[in-house]
Structures are given as structure tokens and as C-alpha cells.
Write a new protein. Structure first.
Ligand code: ADP
Length: 588
């Protein structure tokens, strides 16, 4: 952290120094140029005066007549410049006099000298160059007079070192100013540098999605940073909370058995769970349909109509418009619901109600079957009683006969009501009954006792070698019903001299697999598929004679299903019926 703090400060100082140097350079260049201009102007003034003096001297002494220009030497000595060079050049370029060169008569033609060329057309001409004689840099100034050019030259001494020397004080002040600003800058960067660095780290952590675990220093920038961090953390928390809630909601919606979809006001789908798509496909019978096309499907045309009808209505929270209808496809039933919310967004719920509808149909059939079955004994009882009431002189023998028949019908009624109530109990128990430990050999013994006289009468044998270890987990009275109904059927339908065999033919971790068989007449193949249905009876003389209710095997099957077991029936090769069924093991 300390490193990055210095890095920030160093960068800032580097920038500051670079800018300062640039500004300084600009100032010096500007000043140097000004100095040069000023120097040139002063030299021009001075040298212009000197040329005028020389011209006067020549004219006064009529040197152009005597041609004795050497007299200028005496003038030169009087002038206050030790290194002054004076030359007189005639209009053709011949040197008439030169204070530096003794035998100037031999000098080359000077018409090509830049200052001479310039002064031939303008007021005066200047040039800076090194003198071939003294090797020093001279400033030449030339003026044209009526008969000649007079040229004066002085050492040109404007150089940087001299200039800097002259401006040392000024530069010192500037340096001081720089240091002062530098110190202020250091103070400011020290004060805010760390905050800026932390802000930078914070910004970088945002981009890389890493949590930012650090504090901001206690200064103005730091406070701003802390505030931003606080707001950001709150925002992050809210975002995470929202994502969790969304996830929960979506899990919840996906766990539902219903298909749910939310649509925006513009009828665009915002969310749909997995079941929605599945149910949509089932309802339309088309597997290539997607939720986006939902409202275009004819099966859901009622929804579009309903939405259009409610598009202008103001909706209050308490009274949301709701549409519900049912559609059927391939023998299945579906309910379609649509609710419009007050912001005109809406939800659609699809539901597979086939099972509910089927159960409803079964219940209806059951009720009418029960009514039908009850009607027969009740009307016979009514018939016997009416006969006796209408006939005052009825013989006691006949009376007894009618009463016995009526009694038999009452027994049948009781039996019917018993069976119906067992079936009702199974239905109502659902998954909520409490299982207990049931020993099957004990159950078989109890059944044997219950049918003792019938068994003896029909010479029936029950063979079973189940040990005490065969215990199942379930409802004792229902399991008793299973074996009781099976034995009763064998007694009623198998015939005389039959052998009933009960044994465990297989077992696994969870179930015992029982075989219950007799060697009687068996069940005709065409009835096999239906004998577990309620009130279904094989219409044979034997069945009618036995006066069963047609509910026995239905009770057996439902009781086994309630225990999560299974049952099938088959006729044995050598004759007789065999029921194979499973019941859950009791876990010790
Ligand atoms: P029920 O009250 O008539 O006994 P069930 O549901 O118990 O009704 O039996 C349905 C029909 O199956 C009976 O009417 C009978 O014809 C036939 N059935 C059941 N068990 C046997 C069996 N062991 N041997 C022959 N037929 C049987």
C-alpha cells in the first residue's frame, strides 16, 4: 500500500517537474530573445553613431580628396570602444580603409559582404559572423554614404552564459517558487494520495468483482470514498439479496406441479418455469412450441380476448380480473388460468387436472354403483315386508321364510356397507397412516379361525410355512382384509377339496413377495383384466350364488397399493388362481 502511495506522489511530482522545466525553458528562451533584440538595437544605435562620426571626419578633413584615410586611426583612438573595427569601402567594393588590417589595399572586394549588399538598398545593413582576422564573432553594421560605405563592427557578446549570469537572481527566484509549490504539492499528495490510491484500488476491485476490504483515511477525500464504499456495499447486498430471492422464487416455481409464466404489460414473457413449457407442449400437442409464441396459439385465444377486454379497465389490488377455463387434449384435462395485475402485467397458470377429473369420474361411478348395489337388497327386504303386511292370514311357515330371506338381505347390506367403509378408509388414509409390525403367519391363523366352519365344510386345506421372521410394516386390519378376501374368494369360487398355498417366493431389501394360490376352477381369461375393479364380478352361476359384493379384490388391490406394494393375478398351469403381491418389510 505504501508503495502505491509513493508511486502516486512520484508520478505527480514527475509531471510537476516536467511542466516546470518546460515553463522555465520557455521563459528563458523568451528572455534570451528579448535580450538579443535589445543588444542588437543598442549595437545598431552605437554603430550608426560611429559611422556618422567617421563620415563627418572624412568630410571635414576632405579625406576623399587626399585619399589619406589612415587619419581615421586617430579618430578610432578617441572612440571609447577598444575592439572597434572601422572600414571604409568605396561604391565598387574596394576597401579604402580598415582599422584592423594594415595593408588593406590588398583586401578582396567587399561588395559581396551581406551587410554591404543590404545597406546598398536599405538605410543600413547588418551581419554577424566570425572575423577572419581575430576569430571572434563580430557584429557588422554598414551604411551607404554618397561616395562610400562606412562599416563599423564590435564583438558580439550575447551568449547564454553571460545572459544567465546576468539573470541569476531572477532564476533563483523562480527556483525558489518551484520548491515552494513542490512542498505544497507534497503536502497535498501526502494528505490525499492515500485516499486517491484507495479509491483507485476500490475501483479496480469493482471491475475484478473482488471484495474491497480496506478503510479510507480520515480526510475529505477519504470520507467521500467511505461514503461511496458504504453505498456500494449496500447496493451489492441488495443485489445479492435480490438474486437469492429470485433464485428461491424460481426454485419454488420450478418445484410446483403447475406451469407458471409472468408476462409484461407489452405481452412479452418475463419468466416461465419448466412445467409451463411442458404443459404448453402437451396442450397444443406440438413439441416445437416456445413460450414466446404463447399468445399466438389458438388454445390460448381466450386469454388474448380476456386481455383485450380488460385493457382499458382500471384495476384495483383487491379485485384482480381472473379468467379460468379448461381444455382437453388426447384424453387429458388441463386448466388454464390468467390473472391481470394492476400494472397490466399478467400471469398464466397451466395445470394438468387429468387425475383430479378422473378421480371425480371414478367417485361418480362409485356413488352410482353403491346406490345400485344397495337398492337390490333394500327393495327385496321391502318386498318381503310388504307381502307380510298385505297378507293378514299368512302362515307362520311362510312368514318365517320371508323373514329369513329378509335377514339374508340384511346380512348382504351389512357386508356391502363394511366393504365400502374399508375402501373409504383406504382412500382417506392416503399416505398418512401409521405403520405397525404385522406378523403374516399370525394373520393367516386368524383368517383360518374366522372361516373355520366353511373350511371344514368344503374340505379346504391351507398350506403355509411362513416363520415368525416374515413381518411386514403396515396397517394390521388392512393386511388382515387382504388375506381374508383372498381366502374367502377361494372358499367361494375355487370349489371343494381345494388346497390354498401361501408362501414367500422372493424378497429384497424392502419387500416380501408373496404367492397366494388355490387349485380351484380359476378365472376365465377374458375377466382377468377387470377383476380388481370395484363391483366387478365374474357373471357365473357360482359367483351369483356366493352373493359377494364385487368389492373384495378391489379392497385387496387398494390395500396393497397403499403399502406401496403391487399385485398381479394369473391362472396356474395345472388349474387354479395365483395372486402375486408384495408388502414392505418391517425394519428392525
Ligand atoms: P366378490 O365380492 O364377488 O368376491 P371380488 O372382487 O372378490 O368380488 O372378486 C371378483 C370376481 O373374481 C369374483 O366374482 C369371482 O368370480 C372371481 N374370483 C375371485 N377370486 C377367485 C378365485 N380364487 N377363483 C375363481 N374365481 C375368483
Amino acid at each position: 500500500m505504501a508503495f502505491s502511495k509513493n508511486q502516486f506522489r512520484n508520478t505527480l511530482l514527475l509531471f510537476y517537474s516536467a511542466i516546470f522545466c518546460l515553463v522555465l525553458l520557455l521563459i528563458i528562451t523568451y528572455l534570451y530573445r528579448r535580450e538579443k533584440e535589445y543588444r542588437t538595437e543598442t549595437l545598431n544605435d552605437e554603430l550608426s553613431n560611429i559611422t556618422s562620426i567617421v563620415d563627418n571626419f572624412i568630410n571635414i578633413n576632405s579625406l576623399y580628396i587626399t585619399n589619406d584615410y589612415r587619419q581615421i586611426d586617430s579618430l578610432n583612438k578617441l572612440l571609447p570602444h577598444p575592439n572597434l573595427r572601422i572600414s571604409v569601402i568605396d561604391r565598387e567594393g574596394k576597401v579604402l580603409y580598415d582599422s584592423f588590417i594594415h595593408d588593406y589595399e590588398n583586401m578582396d572586394n567587399h561588395l559581396d559582404r551581406p551587410e554591404i549588399i543590404q545597406s546598398s538598398s536599405e538605410d543600413f545593413g547588418t551581419a554577424i559572423r566570425k572575423s577572419g582576422t581575430t576569430r571572434e564573432e563580430y557584429y557588422y553594421y554598414s551604411r551607404k554614404f554618397s561616395r562610400y560605405y562606412v562599416r563599423a563592427a564590435l564583438i558580439y557578446d550575447v551568449n547564454v552564459v553571460n545572459f544567465l549570469k546576468a539573470n541569476l537572481r531572477f532564476l533563483f527566484i523562480i527556483l525558489l517558487f518551484f520548491i515552494l509549490i513542490g512542498i505544497v504539492l507534497l503536502f497535498v499528495t501526502n494528505r490525499f494520495g492515500e485516499s486517491v490510491t484507495r479509491l483507485k484500488d476500490f475501483a479496480l476491485s469493482l471491475r475484478s468483482d473482488k471484495p474491497f476490504i480496506s478503510d479510507f483515511p480520515k480526510n475529505e477525500l477519504g470520507i467521500i470514498g467511505s461514503e461511496i464504499l458504504g453505498i456500494y456495499n449496500n447496493l451489492l447486498k441488495a443485489k445479492n439479496d435480490l438474486a437469492i430471492e429470485k433464485e428461491k422464487l424460481s426454485n419454488h416455481l420450478n418445484a410446483l406441479n403447475e406451469g407458471v409464466a409472468f408476462f409484461s404489460k407489452e405481452k412479452e414473457i418475463n419468466f416461465s418455469n419448466d412445467h409451463f413449457i411442458k404443459l404448453m407442449n402437451m396442450i397444443t400437442g406440438d413439441l416445437k412450441i416456445f413460450p414466446a409464441n404463447f399468445l399466438e396459439l389458438p388454445e390460448f385465444g381466450e386469454i388474448t380476448e380476456f386481455l383485450n377486454k380488460n385493457s382499458e379497465i382500471v384495476i384495483t389490488d383487491a379485485d384482480l380480473p381472473k379468467l379460468e377455463y379448461q381444455v382437453s387434449k388426447d384424453g387429458r384435462f388441463f386448466s388454464v388460468q390468467c390473472v391481470i395485475f394492476h400494472d397490466k402485467s399478467f400471469e398464466v397458470i397451466l395445470n394438468d387436472i387429468t387425475r383430479i377429473s378422473k378421480n371425480k369420474i371414478i367417485k361418480q361411478q362409485m356413488t352410482s354403483n353403491i346406490a345400485h348395489e344397495l337398492k337390490t337388497p333394500v327393495s327385496s327386504i321391502k318386498g318381503y315386508i310388504e307381502t307380510m303386511l298385505n297378507d293378514n292370514e299368512i302362515e307362520p311357515k311362510k312368514q318365517k321364510y320371508f323373514l329369513t330371506r329378509a335377514m339374508a338381505q340384511t346380512d348382504r347390506l351389512t357386508e356391502l356397507i363394511n366393504d365400502i367403509s374399508i375402501l373409504n378408509r383406504i382412500e382417506e388414509a392416503g399416505a398418512s397412516f401409521l405403520p405397525e409390525k404385522v406378523k403374516i403367519n399370525k394373520i393367516i391363523k386368524e383368517v383360518g379361525e374366522n372361516f373355520k366352519s366353511a373350511i371344514r365344510e368344503k374340505k379346504i386345506r391351507i398350506e403355509s410355512d411362513l416363520g415368525d421372521e416374515v413381518t411386514v410394516s403396515g396397517n394390521k386390519s388392512l393386511i388382515l382384509s387382504v388375506f381374508q378376501n383372498l381366502v374367502e374368494n377361494s372358499i367361494n369360487y375355487a370349489g371343494e377339496n381345494t388346497l390354498i398355498r401361501i408362501f414367500v417366493y422372493n424378497q429384497d431389501k424392502r419387500f416380501y413377495y408373496f404367492s397366494f394360490s388355490d387349485n380351484g376352477v380359476g378365472i376365465p381369461e377374458e375377466h382377468m383384466g377387470r377383476i380388481f375393479e370395484r363391483f366387478y364380478r365374474v357373471d357365473s352361476g357360482r359367483s351369483r350364488k356366493s352373493g359377494g359384493t364385487g368389492l373384495g379384490l378391489s379392497i385387496v388391490k387398494n390395500a396393497i397399493l397403499l403399502h406401496k406394494g403391487e399385485i398381479i393375478v394369473r391362472n396356474k398351469a395345472g388349474g387354479g388362481t395365483e395372486f402375486l403381491f408384495s408388502l414392505p418389510k418391517h425394519k428392525k
